[in-house]
Design a protein around this ligand. Sequence first.
Ligand code: ADP
Ligand code: ZN
Length: 520
Amino acid sequence: MFSLRTPLESLKKIFGYDAFRLSQQEIIEGLISGEDAFVLMPTGGGKSLCYQIPALHRPGVGIVVSPLISLMKDQVDSLKAHGVKAAFYNSSLNSSEARKVLARLHSSDLDLLYIAPERLMSGEFLERLAGIPIALFAIDEAHCISQWGHDFRPEYRQLGRLRGVFPGIPLIALTATAEAHTRTDILDRLGLRSARCYVSGFDRPNIRYTVLEKQKPFAQLTTFIQPRYRESGIVYCLSRQRVEKVAGQLREAGFRAAPYHAGLSAGERKNVQEDFLRDDIRIIVATVAFGMGIDKSNIRYVVHYDIPKNIESYYQETGRAGRDGLAAEALLLFGYGDIAVARSLIENTKNPERKRIELHKLNSMVSYAEALSCRRRILLGYFGDHLAEDCGNCDICLHPPQLVDVTEDARKALSCVYRVGQRFGMGHVIDVLRGSQKERLLELGHHRLSTYGIGRDKSQQYWGSLLHHLVHNGFLEQDVGNYSILRLTDSARPILRGEQPLTMAAPRVRADTVSAKEKS
Ligand code: ADP
Ligand code: ZN
């Protein structure tokens, strides 16, 4: 039907675009010349053209595996609108429709055929294909083959046989889920170990990433939102209760905020969403239930009030900011208590494999939050996308952490833990250090300890950060099951004896200092 010479001509004539994006051209040319490919691009990056155009440039039909019937229909409708001969073959067709599609397949009247994995891999269908010229196989949402991905589908597993059954035909796997284990798993399972991997498009340069240590979260939130009260933003919390509470507090403080979570009726959710789109509401306080399919390009900030479960969610949720390409902010309030909660939720997971995966992912999220180097590098690195240099647009790049010598204070804190008999948690240890007059402390006689009041000169927050720092670096351990009692570890000794110096990054607490500095 088309007489096309180059992929660029197809892009212009059929799809009406002027230029390829990201690595599209390389991927397309590779596939046309018969190579396999593995493509990682974020949602909306333009993965579809990577197999649609090669299918038009190679003889035979391009077979596209897709997990969702609705997705197939949308794709096919849009291709037809561009004059491409496309069809889908799935359980939504009645028997006469299905026969028509098969007839077109056999008479080489299709450029692209979308199909569900279990249909494709049925013995009957594979036999059919044996006698038909095939341009390529494309496996969309390829992460569905891996338990490491977020949407494992057992029926995808059968696709592992494809490479062996059709050795000469190029195979392209595409996904937006790019964490290292998922990646390797997809390649292994599909027999694509020698395929070229293309990772691109994950960077969102207009989003500025900032992490603050969570101390008085609501105050931290309002300090951040105040100068942005006329702009649209999303505040993500991990539970419905937290969503309701924060939304209520924001309203009391005079912000146009509304809650959004799965506990609201469909009608209520729809109203909130529409008010937000029309800018009648500026702030949506939401659980992760909010955002799927929301198309608002001028969201200026996304705040995570609680730590997300993994970097994939974090990336996806922050990615809702700044779709218009203008400057946007992603702020994470990072609290150690939240991690403990997240860990304990994961501990309840029945499947041990799942548990291991989720803990690993949570740990990566924590490392991001605790990082002292460019956040964007860490984020992109997690997806296998690499930045040539530090980004210049994250809190670390803009305000490099100042390392302060905490050797002396660490000694004070550790000896205080020891003096209270290694039987108390952080709150009490800090009270003793700061010389509190609390009744319980006096009852225990802890005002007579040699460490009582030796840390008066520093704030409660400071001691909190320092104690967490000591826990994280293995000088203290925290008994999770038992009121978070602090105990010394063996590595605390050299510090106590003054044989080992210790530094810590000064805690980052206030968002306004981060952005105010920037404006000047
Ligand atoms: P993905 O599958 O990666 O989520 P799509 O393939 O659906 O993304 O593409 C997202 C949007 O970008 C579509 O509207 C598509 O037409 C458009 N698009 C893709 N490639 C280009 C391009 N080279 N130039 C302009 N628009 C493009
Ligand atoms: Zn940076």
